[in-house]
Write a protein that binds this ligand. Structure first.
Ligand SMILES: [Zn+2]
Length: 337
């Protein structure tokens, strides 16, 4: 809600050429809810939020709506932290990074997602005469990159602490370190060996991380380290990394606003698609050794009425740990629906 109320400030202060900014940001609605139970095709595996519409022109004229399902996101994080092995412990370079991620990672990542969804996608505008389909097959990945960069840039902004959204001026570092680790390495656990990186969100993350790694190489903004045959990517300079995010955001906004297809294609083909086969193999092996499951699901609580003197005075959430039992019970009781 605070984000939505300040949407215009974020638009006005972004590192983008003023020609590509919206003069008035329209109707960004951002809500956070908790899910009581799951059903339909969102049970047992559920989305963590809903963000509509996708179409640029509807967003521009009527605004957009974003709903985050907070208790689902929290649960995924707690579950991951309780596992005996984790991608964090495997791919983070040292204890300090792990501690930072445990302390601030969840909240910083949530805030980044909120910025991405309710401000990032809605920001900016096309120059008159530029078609909304000008970026062709590269449109999705570039659009995700634009929204992510908007979020990354502002996650580190003092304004976020001032508004009471970010809990600590250092908290953004957890998001930056995690983002780079994921973009350059961890996310390739989801790609089969020998295959290129093709999914739009994953291309966007690789594009951003890879581009910043290369552009900051002379200053060692992000450093590749190898220890005991394992590769790590470590962020050395967070301020410079933020400046690189700003630079790439400005460029991708320019590309979109001007409909510069060739430049967009060039960014994606150079940074987002090709995975270094050696690193890919290493990442897959390290991930396999962790023995983690790629997806998680939920069991619904039973909402049981509390009866006192023949009247319902309250409801209690009773948790079972029997997924099969719950499925069979639903089948038996609601099979006629
Ligand atoms: Zn998005």
């Amino acid at each position: 809600e605070t984000l939505s109320a300040n949407a215009q400030w974020f638009e006005d202060n972004s590192p983008v050429d003023p020609r590509f900014k919206k003069k008035t940001v329209k109707g960004v609605s951002a809500k956070v809810i908790n899910a009581v139970c799951l059903s339909g095709d969102s049970y047992p595996s559920t989305p963590i939020g809903i963000n509509l519409p996708n179409a640029d022109w509807i967003r521009k004229e009527h605004g957009s709506k974003s709903v985050t399902i907070a208790n689902i996101t929290h649960t995924y994080d707690y579950a991951a932290q309780e596992m005996p092995t984790s991608t964090l412990a495997e791919f983070a370079y040292n204890k300090k990074e792990v501690e930072m991620a445990k302390k601030w990672g969840t909240i910083a990542d949530e805030i980044h997602t909120d910025l991405h969804e309710c401000l990032g996608h809605g920001s900016g505008q096309l120059l008159p005469g530029v078609s909304s389909t000008a970026m062709g097959e590269y449109a999705s990945a570039l659009e995700e990159a634009r929204a992510d960069l908007f979020g990354l840039y502002y996650t580190a902004d003092p304004k976020m602490v001032e508004l009471g959204i970010m809990p600590d001026p250092e908290a953004y570092k957890a998001e930056y370190a995690g983002y780079i680790r994921n973009g350059l390495m961890v996310q390739f656990t989801r790609v089969e060996p020998g295959r290129p990186n093709t999914e739009a969100h994953m291309q966007n993350r690789k594009l951003i991380a890879e581009w910043c790694y290369e552009k900051g190489a002379a200053d060692k903004v992000i450093e590749k380290k190898v220890r005991d045959g394992k590769t790590y990517f470590v962020v050395n300079d967070y301020k410079k990394l933020r400046a690189l995010f700003a630079e790439l955001l400005a460029e991708i906004q320019r590309i979109k606003s001007e409909g510069d297809y060739e430049a967009g294609k060039n960014l994606i083909e150079t940074y987002a698609v090709h995975i270094d086969p050696e690193l890919h193999k290493e990442v897959l092996e390290r991930y396999k050794a962790l023995n983690l499951k790629p997806y998680g699901g939920f069991i619904n609580p039973d909402i049981v009425p509390v009866v006192k003197d023949g009247k319902v005075v309250d409801y209690e959430a009773v948790y079972t740990d029997d997924y099969l039992g719950q499925m069979l019970k639903y089948g038996k009781e609601y099979g006629t629906l």
